[in-house]
Design a protein around this ligand. Structure first.
Ligand SMILES: *Cc1c(COP(=O)(O)O)cnc(C)c1O
Length: 424
């Protein structure tokens, strides 16, 4: 029988670090053997040894219905039988674009791609091409995938020109990327092509936008003709039908979508106003393409997923997240642990220390406590899986129910008591 240990050994021989995306390797929680998932069902995943975990990773937000939802499985199965990729347009692409545009007010056209990385990279290119400017403003702690120009790190708490956030990113690739602190409206100069932001930051733990932040960005961009890009790869189709732009009543010029919208498949997209989007090839001069873009199996799964996401679904998600967040915060207080549990609609984060956390500096201070790793490991021992990285958040799905909530809180209460003993 396959074991986690056995697979982990084999994986490390043939894959760099044993994984295909770094956070999965457990290095962010002090190492250890990852569980290898054999299958998922609803709120749970089962590892290759048959152990069941209540899953809050949910593919980092790509699964909103829970795993293997019968309707999505059936839609994908039927699509596979009709052929998996053609290199010609398919009806599903049209239907999905219509569905997205009908949900997201102000988004008139979408181009489908295969990952959030591609969506953000292409949106930045479109903004640069459309404005004839090079400079892009990003916020420290936000993540927009791993394309060179957007993989820039910044100085502490100040606006700085980006430095490469990874080996292999040329200094020249981030020379036009300005990194500024989240939740402060920066001065946007008239050489700025785009300001790209996660409208709710969910890649430095969970940091909701301060009142006026998003509206301030809108105003600053409009003033100088810069393109405002909302990277809604996490928030899109999750924080509500129309995503964060609808929730906060601020419309960007371009949106990036991914995760939820792919129905669990490699599918993402970016969209915006017609006159901007039509500057893309083939109509316009800005090149962008993809062999598997708008893949028919992925669009079928995406349409099946979105068809289940109505107002009631969003209320249910937010209700679960609200109760989970309040429960965790109360238990931490009881245990005498200083923990912040920010909640934004269906999203839940965990920060250690006195809060509130407003930006990357604050998030980093929280991780310096070193308490996330024993929290994650303690929960995992109790069959509750949260992401193996302190900058990740919890993603309850529509498959999570009351029983799961109680199990989570029971497990957390035990772990919190243990953590409190080691810290006090
Ligand atoms: C996950 C994520 C991306 C990158 O998406 P991939 O599909 O992993 O390439 C981009 N932006 C945000 C906000 C994300 O959370």
């Amino acid at each position: 029988m396959a074991t986690n240990e056995g697979l982990w050994e084999r994986a490390q021989r043939v894959s760099p670090g044993g994984v295909n995306s770094p956070v999965r390797a457990f290095r962010g929680v002090g190492g250890g053997t990852p569980y290898f998932v054999a299958r998922g069902e609803g709120a749970h995943v089962f590892d290759v040894e048959g152990r069941r975990y209540l899953d809050y990773v949910q593919s980092y937000g790509a699964s909103i219905l829970g795993h293997a939802h019968p309707k999505v499985v059936e839609a994908a199965r039927r699509a596979v039988g009709r052929g998996t990729t053609f290199g010609a347009p398919t009806p599903g692409e049209v239907e999905l674009a219509e569905e997205i545009c009908s949900r997201v007010e102000g988004c008139e056209e979408v181009r489908l791609v295969s990952s959030g990385t591609e969506a953000a990279m292409s949106a930045a290119r479109l903004a640069r091409g459309a404005t004839g400017r090079d400079r892009v403003v990003v916020f420290a702690g936000c993540y927009h995938g791993h394309s060179d120009a957007l993989l820039a790190g910044g100085g502490s708490g100040m606006a700085t020109l980006g430095v490469p956030a990874s080996a292999g990113v040329a200094k020249s690739a981030v020379a036009d990327t300005l990194v500024v602190p989240y939740n402060q409206v920066p001065e946007v100069a008239n050489d700025v092509a785009a300001v790209i932001v996660e409208p709710v930051a969910a890649n430095m733990g969970l940091v909701p936008p301060a009142p006026g932040f998003l509206a301030g960005l809108r105003e600053a961009c409009t003033k100088v003709g810069a393109v405002l890009i909302f990277d809604e790869v996490i928030t899109g189709f999750r924080v509500g039908r129309g995503g964060a732009s609808a929730l906060f009543g601020v419309q960007p010029d371009l949106w990036c979508f991914g995760k939820v919208m792919g129905g669990g498949f490699p599918l993402a997209g970016f969209g915006g106003r017609k006159e901007l989007m039509e500057q893309l090839a083939p109509k316009g001069p800005i090149y962008q393409a993809g062999t598997l873009s708008g893949n028919p199996v992925a669009t079928a799964a995406a349409l099946a997923t979105l068809s289940l996401l109505d107002e009631a679904a969003y209320e249910e998600l937010a209700s679960y997240a609200g109760r989970l967040g309040a429960g965790l915060a109360a238990l931490a207080r009881e245990a005498g642990l200083e923990v912040q549990v920010p909640v934004a609609g269906p999203l839940v984060g965990v920060f250690f220390g006195p809060g509130p956390v407003l930006d990357y500096e604050g998030a980093r201070r929280s991780t310096e406590s070193g308490l996330y790793a024993p929290l994650m490991k303690g929960l995992l021992e109790r069959n509750v899986a949260i992401a193996p990285g302190a900058y990740e958040i919890l993603f309850p799905s529509l498959a999570h129910g009351d029983k799961d909530l109680h199990e989570t809180l029971d497990a957390f209460s035990e772990v919190a008591a243990k953590l409190a003993m080691t810290t006090n």
